[in-house]
Design a protein around this ligand. Structure first.
Ligand SMILES: Cc1cc2nc3c(=O)[nH]c(=O)nc-3n(C[C@H](O)[C@H](O)[C@H](O)COP(=O)(O)OP(=O)(O)OC[C@H]3O[C@@H](n4cnc5c(N)ncnc54)[C@H](O)[C@@H]3O)c2cc1C
Ligand code: SF4
Ligand code: SF4
Length: 326
């Protein structure tokens, strides 16, 4: 069955305290958030066992950072794809899964027709349409709300391209969804915010923010901007107008989420050099502890897995009474 990319109407989201609107609260049973959400009662060791068949191996120190993995590869498309965030490996994998018939449909994000920076969940069944999904958008959109429409359309084998908070919920619900096979292509994620707030950031970067077509926080500590007239600009992280951003620019979810590398994906495609990625993971682990301790101390016991405490220990951050599960 092949048809143009499709976005069904979604139900309204249910109100949730810590939430990135992954789509579960818009499904037939919004109560599924209770056991699916990475911000409510996540169980990373159990989920890693379920997905990868084993725990993080202490004999492979990088697994403390990145989670259980078979191997890491440095790769790029020989012919970078137009419009891709990097070279287009993510969308090419999905394209290939459709071309070879390994899946009937792919759940991914395309740009919203009214705002190129806003992600819009789409169900893609034609390989050529994966090109529409290339590139990174800032913000959240209810990707998992596509699961029930995909099943209703008769799709049995699907792929999903998602960020970590979407992938955690997908894995938690996978067994009860009734698909024959779900391939999960993940990207790392950090420092996300709503598309509306992200526009405020673009306004600070340029007096012609609408002409910005591409933005990336690169591993060489420069932000790369591209403009519609072909111009490029590189800004050192330290010169970004971060101090001018409102205090709530980054929501607490994104300041405290513990899965930068998308550990429950079948494959994660990111862009960081290894040392930068380890550093980023340590920084994120410390941010999780500091921000939760300040703003939601009662969530620490449930939200912070043991490997995060291990990452912050060398920096003198240790669990206080009640902050860690016994
Ligand atoms: C908010 C955000 C933050 C990120 N932060 C990092 C980071 O810190 N480090 C890192 O290594 N990588 C990060 N990434 C991933 C990175 O931007 C690239 O997507 C990745 O390197 C793959 O590049 P590519 O050329 O293979 O992807 P492409 O082939 O261009 O495909 C990109 C895919 O991303 C998906 N996508 C785009 N926007 C969103 C969104 N808002 N929500 C969910 N899915 C989306 C699309 O479905 C598309 O399939 C982030 C991605 C997002 C969305
Ligand atoms: S599972 Fe998804 S929709 Fe439900 S609370 Fe968590 S992020 Fe929000
Ligand atoms: S930073 Fe974490 S919580 Fe925020 S969108 Fe990305 S994966 Fe989700």
């Amino acid at each position: 069955m092949t048809a143009a990319p499709f976005t069904p109407p979604f139900a309204e989201p249910a109100p949730r305290a810590l939430c990135t609107d992954c789509g579960v609260s818009r499904m037939q049973d919004p109560r599924a958030c209770g056991h699916a959400c990475q911000f409510i009662k996540p169980d990373y060791p159990a989920m890693e066992q379920q997905v990868h068949g084993r725990a993080r191996d202490p004999a492979r120190p990088d697994e403390l950072y990145f989670g259980p993995f078979r191997r890491m590869l440095r790769a790029s498309m020989v012919q970078p794809r137009a419009g891709a965030q990097w070279t287009g490996i993510v969308t090419r994998i999905a394209e290939r899964l459709l071309e070879t018939g390994a899946v009937d449909a792919v759940l991914a994000m395309a740009p919203d027709s009214a705002d190129k920076w806003k992600p819009m969940p789409v169900l893609v069944t034609r390989a050529a349409d994966m090109a529409l999904c290339r590139g990174m958008r800032m913000g959240y959109a209810p990707l998992l709300a596509l699961l029930e429409p995909a099943r209703a359309a008769g799709h049995k084998r699907i792929a999903l391209i998602g960020i970590p908070c979407q992938v955690y919920a997908l894995r938690a619900l996978e067994a009860e969804l009734g698909f024959e096979r779900i391939y999960v292509i993940g990207t790392p994620c950090s420092d996300n915010t709503t598309t509306e707030k992200f526009h405020g950031f673009l306004d600070l970067l340029s007096d012609q923010p609408d002409s910005i077509t591409y933005l990336e926080f690169r591993a060489d500590y420069l932000v790369e901007l591209r403009f519609s007239d072909g111009r490029k600009q590189e800004i050192p992280f330290l010169k970004l107008p971060i101090s001018k951003l409102p205090r709530d620019f980054f929501p607490l979810t994104c300041r405290t989420c513990v899965d930068y590398t998308n550990v429950l994906a079948d494959i994660t495609v990111g862009y960081s050099g290894l040392e930068f990625a380890r550093t980023r993971l340590e920084m994120k682990a410390a941010e999780t502890v500091v921000h939760l301790r300040r703003e939601k101390p009662n969530r620490m016991r449930h939200m912070i897995p043991a490997h995060v405490w291990a990452l912050v220990k060398p920096y003198g951050l240790v669990p206080q009474d009640g902050e860690r599960k016994k």
